[in-house]
Write a protein that binds this ligand. Structure first.
Ligand SMILES: Nc1ncnc2c1ncn2[C@@H]1O[C@H](COP(=O)(O)OP(=O)(O)OP(=O)(O)O)[C@@H](O)[C@H]1O
Length: 648
């Protein structure tokens, strides 16, 4: 999947123009200088390779040498030489240019005085999410989740946040977030990242990956050496860059990161397309430690010389497989390989997703240095917190079938408790048309897709999250990352072509230990998905309808198209490096649990998996009848106190 950007890099590699991170030629991470994009503010300056010692990131490192296998500092210290945690005692963020903006080593305490409390709108009555007694959910089931780590010297996982020296201020924010204990991905990923290691991490949707990459970054900036940014220029010099594929997801990560960094002195700014750039520029001018951005807007800011990546210590790609697929890869290569960002080995790079096909893992390895691969659950698996239903519905019957679902949902819902329904469709036009039809039928619906203005998109999301419009019709723009607390039901009105997209879509429900429901409308147009879909469902302990198994068998014999997974061995479920070198360092813990059958067991209450819906008009494809939605719908795990939104 090589683009012309990719080709130029490959070509320069072939020409031997690279120097490794030690400054000599030979093996090791390469710097490719020939094709490097030079942003305007650096033009006319000596090339980066001539001045490695002046890179702030390097000159700030007491021990000097680039990161090599084995020289990373293990948890408890930090990779810059174990500087003391400064958190509340460290000089606060200096607001305004007069005080040397963006320079946390001095200045007035204006930044903190003006810091808006990001928890102000939170619902204080919300119970700690991972508290077994309060939620009635058995979180011990997570303990059995298979974990695979590979790479050299994998730092051991932790069981509590207290075991990692995250600093008082960050710990206070973790308590404010009501996180009682780390989720499995956090238990493994945080120690790895705090130890300064590059990481490719894969964990199921809704399992807490955002905190897994935010905590080490915030903690690292707090503990790290003071930074001297150039004065008197209008260019912002973030220390960390978090890239995500959609505007809404960037906004959400920004909101989360602001909570985690409250009163730490670490300043987080977001930049994304479709919103006025001037406001974002003003925020950047006030200083930025962590920049959360979508790739397009970031490229714009780089070209305007309003952002320099010269001081980046941490690079995080959320939804990394999406960021490196055909659509985004050229932009990511431009940002990471052809700007003034320190090369791999001189920055720390973290990649997270719930899905990570092997061909994308291979691409991703270009950006990583001696990385650790972490998979919590099988790569690309869906959590068994989500009850998955597949129903055979002809195209022409889809609307009436959806209507039946919504009526059943209404009838079984708890009065006063708003259950949100997210309906995925294939096209923007289809989204508008379905929204219109639903509204005509008396179901308040709104829509989010790429043809709507950003303002309309944000308004729609707010309205959905607040429950004012409890049905959201969306294209894949809403498939990844969005953490909307009360989504009880995801309907795949149109199934996607790729099973990974399905995994992300249904992952909008059943998050953070809560149960959820996902219903898919399947027909002859989706034959190519039948095999990976039935495999996925089986693995997540879901009931696979017999008719779907028959479709799957037929498509395996060449009847259907080839889905990414159906062509690969065992779903591409592990570190791709093992395929090339089976002895590639396995982690000391976790081992290779693959082949295990998931965490088993149901999550109590909820939908009554064995029931089936018994909808009229479902024909013999619908499987067993009777039951309706199960008496628990809208109750039990869904007993939300209604209305809270992290974005509002
Ligand atoms: N340790 C924790 N305890 C309780 N809740 C947590 C914890 N960590 C994260 N959460 C909550 O879990 C929810 C899901 O987290 P997050 O959005 O980071 O998931 P994710 O793994 O990134 O999902 P996706 O793959 O869909 O992007 C959020 O509401 C978050 O606040």
């Amino acid at each position: 999947m090589s683009s012309w950007w990719g080709d130029s890099v490959v070509n320069s590699e072939g020409s031997g123009s690279g120097v490794n991170i030690n400054g000599s030629s030979g093996p090791g991470p390469q710097r490719f200088l020939i094709s490097a994009y030079v942003p305007p503010h650096l033009r006319g300056h000596p090339p980066l390779s001539d001045v490695p010692a002046t890179l702030p990131i390097l000159s700030d490192i007491p021990s000097g040498p680039p990161r090599q296998p084995g020289n990373e500092v293990l948890p408890g210290g930090n990779r810059w030489g174990g500087a003391a945690v400064r958190d509340m005692r460290r000089p606060p963020f200096a607001g305004g240019r007069g005080g040397g903006w963006n320079n946390r080593t001095g200045g007035l305490d204006r930044g903190r005085e003006r810091e808006v409390n990001p928890f102000a709108n939170d619902d204080d009555t919300k119970e700690p999410t991972f508290d077994e007694e309060n939620t009635g959910i058995n979180f011990d089931a997570y303990e059995d989740i298979p974990v695979e780590t590979s790479g050299d010297n994998v730092p051991p996982p932790v069981s509590t946040f207290a075991e990692i020296d995250l600093g008082d201020a960050l710990n206070a924010n973790i308590r404010r977030c009501k996180y009682v204990k780390p989720t499995p991905v956090q238990r493994h990923a945080i120690p790895i990242s705090v130890a300064g290691r590059d990481l490719m991490a894969c964990a199921q949707t809704g399992s807490g990956k955002t905190a897994a990459f935010c905590f080490p970054v915030i903690c690292g900036i707090m503990k790290g050496p003071p930074t001297q940014r150039p004065r008197g220029v209008r260019t912002a010099y973030p220390l960390a860059l978090i890239l995500s594929p959609t505007r809404e997801l960037s906004v959400q990560i920004h909101e989360e990161a602001r909570k985690f960094s409250y009163q730490t002195g670490v300043r987080v700014v977001v930049a994304y397309g479709g919103a006025p750039i001037h406001q974002q520029l003003r925020e950047l001018e006030r200083g930025v430690d962590i920049l959360v951005a979508t790739p397009g807007r970031l490229v714009d800011l780089l070209e305007r010389a309003r952002v320099s990546l010269q001081m980046i210590r941490y690079l995080c790609l959320d939804e990394a497989d999406r960021m490196l697929d055909m659509g985004f890869e050229p932009q990511i290569r431009k940002i990471v390989e052809q700007t003034d960002m320190p090369q791999r080995g001189f920055r720390q790079t973290m990649m997270f997703s719930a899905t990570f096909p092997k061909e994308i893992q291979r691409l991703a390895s270009d950006f990583l240095f001696n990385y650790i691969f972490l998979a919590v659950g099988r790569v690309g698996s869906s959590t068994d917190l989500i009850v998955q239903r597949v129903e055979f519905v002809h195209e022409s019957d889809k609307r009436s079938h959806l209507m039946d679902l919504l009526h059943a949902q209404k009838a079984n819902g708890t009065p006063g408790k708003q259950a949100l329904t997210l309906v995925f469709v294939e096209t923007k036009k289809g989204a508008d048309s379905l929204e219109h039809w639903l509204c005509m039928k008396g179901f308040p619906a709104t829509t989010i897709h790429g043809d709507r203005t950003q303002q309309e998109r944000e308004l729609a999301l707010r309205s959905f999250k607040s429950g004012a419009t409890p049905i959201l019709v969306a294209t894949d723009v809403a498939a990844r990352g969005l953490d909307i607390p009360h989504v009880a039901h995801v309907v795949n009105f149109d199934l996607p072509n790729d099973i990974d997209d399905y995994v992300h879509r249904i992952g909008r429900t059943g998050r953070a230990g809560k149960t959820g429901l996902a219903t898919a409308f399947f027909n002859e147009n989706n034959t190519s998905l039948s095999r990976p879909l039935s495999d996925l469902m089986e693995e997540a302990n879901q009931e696979v309808p017999q008719w779907l198994s028959r479709y799957a068998t037929r498509s395996s014999y060449g009847g259907g198209g080839r889905n990414r997974r159906s062509g690969g061995a065992r779903f591409g479920g592990r570190d791709f490096r093992r395929d090339h070198n089976p002895s590639h360092g396995k982690g000391g813990r976790g081992g290779d649990h693959y082949g295990g059958g998931g965490s088993g067991g149901g999550y109590g209450g909820g939908y009554g998996r064995s029931g089936g819906y018994g909808y009229p008009g479902g024909g013999d494809h619908c499987g067993g009848g009777g039951g309706g939605y199960g008496s628990g719908y809208g109750r039990g795990a869904y007993g939300y106190p209604g209305g809270h939104s992290a974005w509002d």
